[in-house]
Design a protein around this ligand. Sequence first.
Ligand code: SF4
Length: 208
Amino acid sequence: MLPGLFDCRDCPRLVQYRESVKPLPRFAGETYWRRPVPPWGEPGGVMIVGLAPAAHGGNRTGRMFTGDRSAEFLFKALHAAGLSNNPFSVSRNDGTRLRCAYLTSAVKCAPPNNRPLPSEVRNCLRWLRIEVDEVRPKSIVVLGRLAAQAISSVMGIRIEFKHGSYVDAGNVRVFISYHPSPRNTNTGRLSMEELIDILRKAGRWAGC
Ligand code: SF4
């Protein structure tokens, strides 16, 4: 999947950031990944699209939604919805497996302050386009506005961002959710129950 991704240097600002971000003291001694972070999971089911790897999450561990607080929240929900064997995702060899689910991001390199530039999002759409073609998801969950815009561009559909709603693109149903970042989960904007409910609906639609 995605041959050539690891060599991609199309966004000079993101390449500079991913390769130079200073490790947090609690991760001192770990070797950071510092490359585009690949998607993972099973094709043909639910595709879950986040924003981008976190500087000390995916950019450290080399796996999307792995090793940060968004991952902690998301994997509790994925496990409750039957889409993951474990309620955690902490490293590439933690034994966690996705079931009928595939995790990816709109942007594959960690951006400063989790904010990619519009040009960087546009550059990275080429990878997401290949993924949608090859993974052939039956349902998609977009986590946050930027993921919704990316899927909207790739699939040529209009998505009005309304948390908890969905849009149909032919046979593919696109479910819309806030991103499970601490900013949303700590403030109660996104509850665990809501995210589990959205993931369960996406799983049911995909026949998982
Ligand atoms: Fe390449 Fe995407 Fe990384 Fe930009 S963000 S360098 S397009 S992989």
